[in-house]
Design a protein around this ligand. Structure first.
Ligand SMILES: Nc1ncnc2c1ncn2[C@@H]1O[C@H](COP(=O)(O)OP(=O)(O)OP(=O)(O)O)[C@@H](O)[C@H]1O
Ligand SMILES: [Mg+2]
Length: 169
């Protein structure tokens, strides 16, 4: 069993990459869906247009869920994948994207201008990367710049790296 966390600023391609792992028979957990379906939130923040997660409930539910999947390979993707309990994650993938390309992706996703600016700023400062390394350690963290790569190319780079490390066959 291997558990891979995929994190990154919105628009870096987490969801698309996670779906590519289905080809290798990985089960995919989309964190936002997991939180909503299992009602692991305290409230809804209208200003931020996001659920406020109930940390305690969330941790209990994700631990229990992963235990119940004994033997299955799992990818967990989404905002927050950078701060999962390190003991349940074998490898963390951080996707990055140069702000000038990320801006286009977020515009296409229909993000409002202030949310785009906030995310570009987070990407410039490497916020998610910093949190992932602090949480999982640099030896468990793989960073891939997606700016000039198709999702297929991103997947190939990661697969190579995972094979080198003996995480997948
Ligand atoms: N490597 C890539 N090359 C070209 N376009 C990409 C790439 N990765 C993602 N995209 C495009 O960027 C958009 C965002 O991708 P995706 O939804 O997978 O990102 P995400 O990281 O899951 O974002 P969110 O955190 O908002 O869910 C999509 O429209 C997708 O087509
Ligand atoms: Mg997504």
């Amino acid at each position: 069993m291997v558990v891979i966390a995929i994190c990154g600023t919105p628009g870096t391609g987490k969801s698309l990459l996670a779906d590519a792992f289905k080809k290798l028979n990985f089960e995919v957990i989309h964190l936002s869906r997991f939180v909503i379906e299992n009602k692991l939130y305290q409230s809804y923040d209208n200003k931020r247009d996001a659920y406020v997660i109930d940390e305690e409930k969330f941790l209990e539910a994700i631990n229990r869920y992963i235990e119940s999947r004994m033997g299955k390979n799992i990818v967990i993707e989404g905002i927050g994948a950078e701060c999962l309990p390190p003991e349940i994650v074998d490898i963390c993938i951080v996707l990055t994207c140069e702000p000038f390309v990320l801006k286009e992706r977020l515009e296409q996703k229909g993000f409002p201008p202030e949310k785009i600016e906030e995310n570009l700023e987070a990407e410039r400062f490497g916020i998610i990367f910093g949190e992932a390394v602090a949480n999982y350690g640099s030896s468990k963290t793989i960073v891939v710049d997606t700016t000039y790569k198709s999702i297929g190319e991103v997947f190939d780079v990661i697969l190579n790296e995972l094979r080198k490390r003996g995480v997948v066959k």
